[in-house]
Design a protein around this ligand. Structure first.
Ligand code: PMP
Length: 421
């Protein structure tokens, strides 16, 4: 293992992140499971990229068949991207009926920001103060964990992100109002400094922020503030999208609003690098007029075939319903654990995106959380942490996760909590 880590550090750089004290050297995957190079099996409770399960045979087959028939850049006319576009946009019950296909969530958000700037003629962007939206130069300006080289630019404002245990404004009931106040202040600052507001960009599940429990309508006031100032709303669905949250296909549906622009990524191709921006025809027309955008690989026939297979599998295997039912069952198991382990301060989530926030002695138990992540890995269950203090165990498995998998997760979490606390 040391040799491969040395080689990785030499080739990919010493900062290239690996999870876990003892990184997992993976060899293969199937469904909700991974195997390492020693043949040890792990339950993958973290990986949202293989959305319909690792190496799903229908996705593998779709990729292989299309690769064996034709793959090319996207200036040729090809049915696959159109078939996919029809199938995807049918999942949005609104006038979100056009799309731009790209290769990563970062690119999707980069395009979304440019669409908003083209539509509004303004440059200000509002995000939250505890988030991540990707790695392009423009999008990095929104990331809160690492200050961009040269600092944050004047067109960016970060407003306090919602939270369950430390709500914005001090109370859960007043949080929507307090969040909107933050947005109002950001709008006023951007107007005063001449940028104006082009967009509010949020993950409608606030996934990187720690997935707080929010009522439908939570964002309504903030959205009103932005729209009144002439800005657009971008929903970054890279994490909650494609049915993971169980109750709905999209996070914005759960919160009860219609964005102007939606960005998609990670789960879309089950690991194949395909992503998209879905928007209205007027937004797309304005963007294309302003930028003449072209993406060599975005929506190439193989990527579109992979994405199409993912959509079909979600439908045919009822994975949204599975996310809802198995997620509710698993949250119930974690709530049982919370009764026996004082360190669990909050259990929350929707569908197959849930977790437990750890506090000890009135403080976020970041160390316990980090020890838990390693302890569970050593016991064959992979998950990770999230939240402002990295004190929330985050569970976000492939959507084929079943009750037996949830039982294993809870048993191992119980044992690991016993071992580390
Ligand atoms: N948006 C969100 C909410 C994300 O969590 C991420 C990646 N973690 C991205 C965008 C960027 O996606 P990608 O890594 O595919 O560029």
């Amino acid at each position: 293992m040391t040799t491969v880590l040395d080689r990785r550090a030499r080739l990919l750089g010493p900062q290239m992140t690996t999870f876990y004290r003892e990184p997992v050297h993976v060899a293969r995957g199937e469904g909700a499971f991974l195997w390492d190079t020693d043949g040890r099996k792990y339950l993958d409770c973290y990986n949202n990229v293989p959305h319909v399960g690792h190496c799903h045979p229908r996705v593998v087959d779709a990729i292989c068949q299309q690769a064996a028939t034709l793959n090319t850049h996207t200036r040729y006319v090809h049915d696959m991207i159109l078939d996919y576009g029809d199938a995807l946009t049918a999942k949005f019950g609104s006038d979100l009926e056009s799309m731009v296909m790209v290769c990563s969530g970062s690119e999707a958000n980069d395009v979304a920001l440019r669409m908003a700037q083209a539509m509004t003629g303004k440059t200000g962007i509002i995000g939250t103060d505890n988030t991540y939206h990707g790695n392009t130069t423009a999008v990095s300006q929104l990331n809160s964990s690492k200050v961009p080289v040269g600092g944050y630019q004047d067109h960016v404002r970060q407003v306090p992100a919602p939270d369950n245990l430390e709500p914005v404004g001090g109370t859960r009931e007043g949080q929507a109002e307090a969040f909107a106040k933050g947005v109002e202040q950001a709008v006023a600052e951007l107007e005063a400094n001449g940028h104006g507001v082009s967009a509010l960009i949020v993950c409608p599940y606030f996934a990187n922020e720690g997935f707080p429990t929010l009522e439908a309508g939570f964002l309504h006031r903030a959205i009103d503030v932005v729209r009144k100032a002439g800005g657009l709303i971008i929903a970054d669905e890279v994490q909650p999208g494609f049915g993971r949250i169980g109750t709905h296909w999209w996070g914005h549906e759960k919160l009860g609003f219609t964005p102007d622009i939606v960005t998609l990524g990670k789960p879309m191709g089950n690991g194949h690098p395909v992503a998209a921006v879905v928007t209205r025809q007027d937004v797309l027309a304005c963007f294309q007029d302003a930028f003449k955008y072209f993406n060599t690989f975005g929506g190439n026939p193989v990527s579109a075939a992979a994405a199409m297979a993912v959509l079909s599998v979600i439908e045919d295997e009822n994975l949204v319903e599975n996310a809802r039912d198995t997620g509710a069952y698993a949250v119930g198991l974690l709530e049982e654990l919370a009764k026996r382990h004082d360190v669990i301060a909050d259990v929350r989530g929707s569908g197959l995106f849930f977790g437990a926030e750890l506090w000890r002695d009135g403080k976020p138990a970041t160390d316990v959380c980090s020890a838990m992540v390693d302890e569970m890995r050593d016991r064959g269950v992979l998950l990770h942490s999230v939240g402002r203090y990295s004190n929330t165990l985050k569970v976000r498995p492939p959507c084929v996760f079943n009750r037996e998998n949830a039982d294993q997760l809870a048993e191992v979490m119980d044992e690991a909590l016993g071992a580390v606390t």
